[in-house]
Design a protein around this ligand. Sequence first.
Ligand SMILES: NC(=O)c1ccc[n+]([C@@H]2O[C@H](COP(=O)([O-])OP(=O)(O)OC[C@H]3O[C@@H](n4cnc5c(N)ncnc54)[C@H](OP(=O)(O)O)[C@@H]3O)[C@@H](O)[C@H]2O)c1
Length: 317
Amino acid sequence: MSDTSKPLIVVAGATSKQGRSVTTSLLGSGKFRVRALTRDTASAQARHLAALGAEISTGALTPDHWRGFEDAFRSAQGAFLMTPPVAPPSTEEFILGCRLAEAAVEAGVEHLVFSTLENVEQRTGGTKYAPHFTDKARVADHIRTLPVAHTFVMLSFFYTNALEYYPPRIEGDTTLMPFYLPEDFRAPFVDPTTATGPAVLEVFSNPDPYLGASLPIIGEFISPGEMVDAFSRVTGLKAEYRSAYSRDGLLTYFPELGENSLLVDEVLGMAEYAVQFGYFGNDRDMRWSRTIDPETLSWERFLSVTKWRGGRVSFAG
Ligand SMILES: NC(=O)c1ccc[n+]([C@@H]2O[C@H](COP(=O)([O-])OP(=O)(O)OC[C@H]3O[C@@H](n4cnc5c(N)ncnc54)[C@H](OP(=O)(O)O)[C@@H]3O)[C@@H](O)[C@H]2O)c1
C-alpha cells in the first residue's frame, strides 16, 4: 500500500502531551498518515514528529485562526481535536473547540475524536466551578449536532501534573508532595503521553463500536497517599503527602496561583467535584482503555520509566 493510500488523520495540538501520544501511536501502527498541527514547526517536538513521518502544518489553536483551520483539515479522513489549557476568566476554549470541529466538517473530515471531560455544571447542579471541564462537554454537545461521525475520549487526572504544575518541595531530607486531593481519596489518574495514543488508535482503527461514545482513559485509580508511598519505593527518597485540598493549602505550596483567584476557585472546584461527585459519570466504562491497552502505565511504572525524582519538568516544545 503506498503511503498516500493510508487514511490521513489531522492531530490538533500534536506536540501536546496528548497529541504526541496520538501521533506516535497512529504512525507507529503503520495504518495512518498524520498531519501534525503546531505553532512552531522548528520546535524539538515538531522535528521529532516529522522524523517519525508526520506531515507538519503550522497553525495556532486560537479561535481567531479559524480561517486557517479548514486548510489544515483538507483531505483528511479523521481528526483528533484537543484544546490547550486555558485559565479563567478566558472562555476561549468553548469557541476554539467548536470552530475546530466546524472547520473539520467543512473540510470533509469524516470522523472526529475530541478530548472532552464531564459537564461539571450539569452534574453538580451548578455548585462546583470547573469551566475547563464544562466547556469541553459543551464542545462535545456541539459536535453531536454536526453532520460528522464522532467519538469522545476523556482523560483522567494526569500523572504529569505533579511534575509539571504541582511539583514537590524539598525540605531537609524530605520530599513534600502537595496534592489538590485528600490523602486517601482514590481518583483516576493517567499518563497522557503514553495512554492517549493507543485509545485513539483503537477508535480510528475500529470506529463502528465507538461512534457516539465517551470513553475514559485511565491508568489506575490511586490516592495521593498511595502515590507518595510509591514515589518513596521507586526513588528511595523520603516523601510525605501535603494537602493542597483547600485554598490555604493550595496557596501555601503554589503561591503563584494567587495571582488569579478564579484559577484557585477552578482548581478547588474541580477537586471538590471529583471527591463529591466522582471524576467520571457512573455510567462510564472504566475498564475499556486498560482492556485495549493492557500495558498502560500505573503510577509506579510511570515513576520507574521516567526516573522522576521530584523536580519540576517541562513538557513544552
Ligand atoms: N492536567 C490534567 O490533569 C488534565 C486532565 C484531563 C484533561 N486535561 C486537558 O488537557 C488539555 C491539555 O492537554 P495537554 O496537557 O496534552 O496539552 P499541553 O501539553 O499543555 O500542550 C498544549 C499544546 O497546544 C499547542 N497550542 C497551539 N496553540 C496554542 C495556544 N494558542 N496556546 C497554547 N498552546 C497552544 C501547543 O503546541 P505548539 O506549541 O506546538 O503549537 C502545545 O503543545 C487541556 O484542555 C486540559 O484541560 C488536563
